[in-house]
Design a protein around this ligand. Structure first.
Ligand SMILES: *Cc1c(COP(=O)(O)O)cnc(C)c1O
Length: 367
């Protein structure tokens, strides 16, 4: 038995985190907010080129704030990628709005064709679209932006998995009315838990900050006209975030190298196809993902587990979830097929490439 487990996407510290946390303790501002929250927001702005950012307790909270600021509420349709993680969708329910799911195309990401079809066929104009850049690979964002503009639909980019990914050198999360990032423990960089809401609209980010801090009216006492949330990030976690931002490019580079390693090692196996990268884009390859046209992915997961390697099925599409059995969906079977045939391979940026032959040997044996 291999002692050293290979994890799917383990946290990978830079070495500076504890130094910055020590600064936080020295300042005594361990508790809500403080200088590192500002620094973390600034570094996200500098890195992605967006003007305004708000550090939040999670990526899910950031999406919720975006919907709230945009006035999404009961009776509204919100279009969304079906092939995604529940954190992208749950905030639509928090706002008592109705998700409408759009399938993927050959990019694995949201189909612009089905998006148009949905807009033309729904009984009412949808209020917003939440598009996910899946596994760190860019969706067809240029077309999606155009469709949203033409139809007067707000665009929220769920870039939870895609921090560092670009389309025509512009960062994921900066094309829409809002973008969100996640710093959950398994993402390309992490603060243990946390998120970021970004926008080029200053007023919207200020409004989001108001809602994220219990919607306290600007009065010398606690006055409330609206309901808010406790959604801000702690200064301690922001210190971890500042250190992690400093190594983000290195992490993206390594994740892409891991992807190339798998691709080279497995290129002779006909039944394997890797997730594509659309022309003009550079994904962060947060997780290396692939499909098998013959072998059952569950067989591979079990065989990898025997050599102490963690792997996972692809996301189960939202339109197949019991929770959304009654929701409208514009689908053509693409994400369902990906779910049935696909797999996420470990993408641990803190592991030597040579160790990952433990993964590829198992797959070569089985396929
Ligand atoms: C991780 C993730 C989220 C949620 O982020 P949290 O920080 O865990 O709340 C949302 N959408 C996608 C696509 C994700 O992968």
């Amino acid at each position: 038995m291999y002692k050293q487990r290979i994890f799917l996407s383990p946290p990978h510290m830079s070495g500076k985190e504890q130094e910055y946390i020590a600064e936080v303790f020295a300042s005594n501002y361990i508790a809500p907010l403080g200088a590192f929250v500002d620094r973390f927001e600034d570094s996200a702005c500098n890195y992605t080129g967006i003007d305004h950012a708000l550090a939040t307790s999670s990526g899910t909270a950031a999406i919720h704030l975006a919907l709230r600021v945009l006035g999404v509420g009961e009776g509204d349709f919100v279009l969304a990628s079906s092939f995604t993680f529940i954190g992208s969708i749950a905030p639509i329910l928090y706002q008592n709005a109705t998700p409408v799911f759009i399938d993927s195309d050959e990019s694995w990401n949201l189909s612009p064709y089905l998006l148009k079809k949905a807009i033309h066929n729904l009984p009412k104009k949808p209020k917003a679209l939440i598009v996910t850049h899946l596994y760190g690979q860019m969706a067809k964002i240029e077309q999606i932006v155009d469709i949203c503009r033409e139809n007067d639909i707000y665009l929220i980019e769920d870039a939870a998995e895609s921090l560092g990914a670009t389309y025509k050198e512009r960062h994921s999360g900066t094309f829409g009315d809002f973008g969100i990032y996640s710093f959950n423990g398994n993402k390309i960089i992490t603060t243990s838990g946390g998120g970021m809401l970004v926008s080029s609209n200053k007023e919207w980010i200020e409004k989001a900050k108001f809602y994220a801090t219990q919607a306290k009216e600007p009065m010398p006492y606690y006055e409330h006209k609206e309901v808010g949330y406790n959604y801000r990030m702690s200064n301690v976690l922001a210190a971890i975030g500042v250190a992690q931002m400093e190594v983000l490019d290195e992490r993206v580079k390594k994740a892409r190298e891991i992807f190339s390693f798998y691709q080279n090692e497995l290129q002779t196996i006909d039944e394997i196809e890797f997730m594509p990268e659309i022309t003009g884009s550079m994904g962060n390859r947060w997780l290396s993902t692939l499909t098998f046209s013959k072998t059952n992915p569950s067989t591979i997961i079990e065989a990898l587990e025997e050599v102490n390697v963690e792997s996972r099925r692809l996301w189960k599409p939202m339109h197949l979830q019991p929770l959304f059995a009654k929701n409208i969906a514009f689908v053509d079977g693409t994400s369902e097929a990906l779910f049935q045939t696909g797999l996420c391979l470990p993408t641990p940026t803190n592991v030597d490439l040579s160790e990952l032959s433990r993964v590829t040997e198992v797959i070569k044996d089985l396929c």
